[in-house]
Design a protein around this ligand. Structure first.
Ligand code: BG6
Ligand code: MG
Length: 225
């Protein structure tokens, strides 16, 4: 029976919760540039999507498609990112989601290689703020990828960073598109959140506090048979 050879993690919603900061920064940008107030429901649609895809989704929500040049969109995205970067300066290890620091330490003690598969260009900075840079030293550069989630590219790149064959790599995700990406890469998917939304995952925990190594290992072994 093949053993697990590595773990790859989405960051936002799995390691820490940055959605509230993205929401604040996009809310201000949407108000200032498009005169609309984005709702929590719109914010849900932005989770896991790249910066420019998020902006396009907000422009669609504001019914202002086709109104902005690429240069204007770039300016708005840059301003949003500057605001976001100011907000995440205040992040500390207390912002690690419940149970995840212990879980990452356990994996490290067991000598599993770990990598981060986040769509965020700010992931390395956030990992530093959380004091996780020793455990999560391998981070995919999203700028090197052709296709975002739900494509498998980012998960494959993360597994490649730690030389872990895809079929024995465990991927963690809180977003439906992310779970689809993990499955498209041929990996075992751990979902964090609503089991109905994440029904394509191989095992789902309702929150990070529930994540359990032995249950994952058992479910992986059953899946590999
Ligand atoms: C994802 C977030 O992790 O990163 C998205 O869930 C965000 O909301 C995306 O748009 C890109 O992040 P950044 O930091 O590069 O703008
Ligand atoms: Mg996520």
């Amino acid at each position: 029976m093949a053993d697990i050879t590595g773990f790859v993690f989405d960051m936002d919603g799995v390691i820490t919760d940055t959605a509230k900061y993205h929401y604040l920064a996009w809310k201000e940008a949407a108000q200032a540039n498009f005169g609309v107030t984005i709702t929590p429901a719109v914010n849900e649609l932005l989770k896991g999507r790249s910066r420019m895809d998020s902006l396009d989704a907000i422009i669609t929500f504001a019914h202002q498609e086709g109104k902005y040049s690429q240069a204007e969109k770039q300016r708005i995205a840059t301003e949003k990112n500057q605001r976001y970067q100011t907000l995440i300066q205040s992040m500390t290890p207390a912002d690690i989601l419940p149970g995840m620091a212990d879980f990452l330490n356990l994996l490290d003690q067991k000598h599993y290689p770990l990598a981060v598969a986040s769509a965020s260009f700010n992931a390395p900075f956030i990992i530093q703020q959380l004091h996780l840079q020793a455990l999560l030293a391998k981070v995919v550069d999203p700028g090197t990828l052709k296709h975002g989630k739900p494509a498998p590219d980012i998960f494959e790149a993360a597994a490649d960073l730690i030389s872990s064959p895809y079929a024995s790599t465990i991927g963690f995700e809180d977003a439906e598109a992310g779970v689809k990406g993990i499955k498209a890469a041929g990996m075992f998917a751990v979902g964090i959140g609503d089991a109905e939304i994440l029904h394509e995952a191989d095992i789902v925990f309702s929150s990070t506090a529930e994540v359990d190594f032995d249950r994952i290992k058992k479910a992986f072994e059953a899946w590999r048979q």
